[in-house]
Design a protein around this ligand. Structure first.
Ligand code: KET
Length: 434
């Protein structure tokens, strides 16, 4: 600044002065690191190849590879379009959304619902719900950390980092077995300081597709009780693991039965295919109604300073779907259909790789659940898939199974077989089962 004023005093022209001032404001701003998932979409869009495949972002696609508008959403939109909403009715419907969302997670007949022992707010999809909670955690437990699984959805790290909550990871995935590293996970839970915050994926873990069994969840919950840890569940794929929303809530119900106070971020981006509408919910269980009122007001206050209030259109549709029994029945069937299509593609991809004589073990494709398959493909192999075969996925080898269709699955299998069995010069890479 001092140097600049010296220049100004020496009689620079006005435009030079303005430019000097402008340069000084933003010179230090460099490009942010690319988001690993959005970077895949960008590379895919820039590729002119007609048979390219996008297996990056975890958003549902139909068997033609197209985004879907679910029938339940069409029905709900038909009903809400006829109504003229006043501000007060929107607030009431937002509360309805929160109540119905909480029922999905904690159970229609659960005591927390009957007694109103939860604080919930509408949130900007799953990301917004996580961000609100991270901010809440920092405000009310400023010295706490968050423990998250290794690996986890890449944005979890950014969200808690931006909220200035220190991050620790806990063991989760075993690359050799391509399954859960349960022993190491339990050790990490045990060794964390008592009263730590833990981020858990209740079903369809992203990116691994590996979930603990009910018995393992039970053990985790019991250890959380002993250690007095706080479980925060990020529920972005309810319905996608098993096709049944109740079944996919079982991990949370196990914790609930053990008497934990729980936090939960919910997203309707995938299970209602409403990605662009940003509809979600954050709920925190409380000891009583008085606590619930206080916590809700704090969450609302955090939201109001960041974005005011959330958009209403998607919220109206989701509220309608959840509260109208006929439309809800359509939705439950559609969730089942989406999950079944993804499961079918898992089986088909595995079979196709085996038919090609791939020497690798592809069993994990069907053992894993949810939207993703953590394939074990290396960054080099992922790179070759994009450059030689126009198949795009994140560098950690995560395949969004929602992008696999009956039309592209054979091509995908041969591309994966090529990059895993042969090097770029056609030399054989593997001869025995890995
Ligand atoms: N939690 C998890 C575990 C998750 O995978 C996502 C999105 C979100 C929260 C955020 O969801 P939303 O409701 O859209 O805010 N994951 C996929 C999409 C993305 O990154 O945007 C993905 O991993 O591809």
């Amino acid at each position: 600044m001092m140097i600049m004023w010296r220049y100004l005093r020496r009689g620079m022209s006005t435009s030079t002065r303005v430019r000097a001032l402008r340069r000084s404001w933003w010179d230090h701003v460099t490009p942010a690191p690319k988001d690993p998932i959005n970077a895949v979409t960008e590379a895919f869009l820039a590729d002119p190849c007609p048979y390219k495949i996008n297996l990056g972002v975890g958003a549902y696609r139909d068997d033609d590879g197209k985004p879907v508008v679910l029938q339940c959403v069409r029905e709900a939109e038909g009903k809400i379009a006829a109504t003229n909403f006043l501000e007060s009715t929107c607030a009431a419907i937002s509360s309805k959304l929160v109540e119905e969302s909480a029922k999905l997670v904690y159970g229609e007949d659960s005591d927390v619902i009957k007694e109103g022992r939860f604080a919930g707010v509408q949130a900007l999809s799953g990301t917004g719900a996580c961000r609100l909670f991270a901010e809440f955690q920092r405000r009310f437990y400023p010295d706490s950390r968050i423990y998250m699984p290794d690996p986890t959805w890449s944005n979890h790290h950014n969200i808690w980092r931006d909220a200035q909550v220190p991050i620790r990871t806990f063991h989760y995935y075993h690359p050799d077995s391509k399954g859960l590293n349960f022993v190491a996970l339990m050790d990490d839970v045990k060794n964390a300081p008592n009263g730590s915050f833990f981020l858990l994926h209740p079903c369809a873990h992203n990116p691994t597709g590996v979930d603990p069994s009910d018995e393992q969840w039970q053990e985790i919950s019991s250890l959380f009780k002993v250690k007095n840890h706080f479980p925060f569940f990020d529920m972005a794929y309810q319905g996608f693991a098993s096709g049944d929303l109740e079944r996919d809530a079982r991990a949370i119900r196990i914790f609930l039965d053990d008497g934990h106070l729980i936090g939960c971020a919910q997203s309707f981006a995938k299970n209602m295919a409403l990605y662009g509408h940003r509809v979600g919910c954050l709920s925190l269980l409380c000891d009583d109604k008085i606590q619930a009122v206080a916590i809700k007001s704090q969450l609302q206050q955090i939201a109001s300073t960041i974005y005011g209030s959330p958009p209403i259109h998607g919220m109206l549709a989701v509220s309608k779907i959840l509260s109208d029994p006929d439309i809800k029945a359509i939705w439950l069937k559609e969730v089942k259909d989406m999950a079944t299509r993804v499961q079918r593609m898992r089986a088909t991809l595995k079979e196709a790789l085996e038919k090609l004589g791939s020497p690798l073990n592809w069993q994990p494709i069907t053992n894993q659940v949810g939207m993703f398959c953590f394939s074990g493909l290396t960054p080099d192999e992922v790179d070759r898939l994009a450059k030689e075969f126009h198949v795009y996925m994140t560098y950690d080898g995560r395949i969004s199974m929602a992008g696999v269709t009956t039309k592209n699955v054979d091509y995908l299998a041969s591309a994966i077989h090529e990059v895993t069995a042969f090097d770029q010069d056609g030399k054989i890479l593997h001869t025995v089962c890995a």
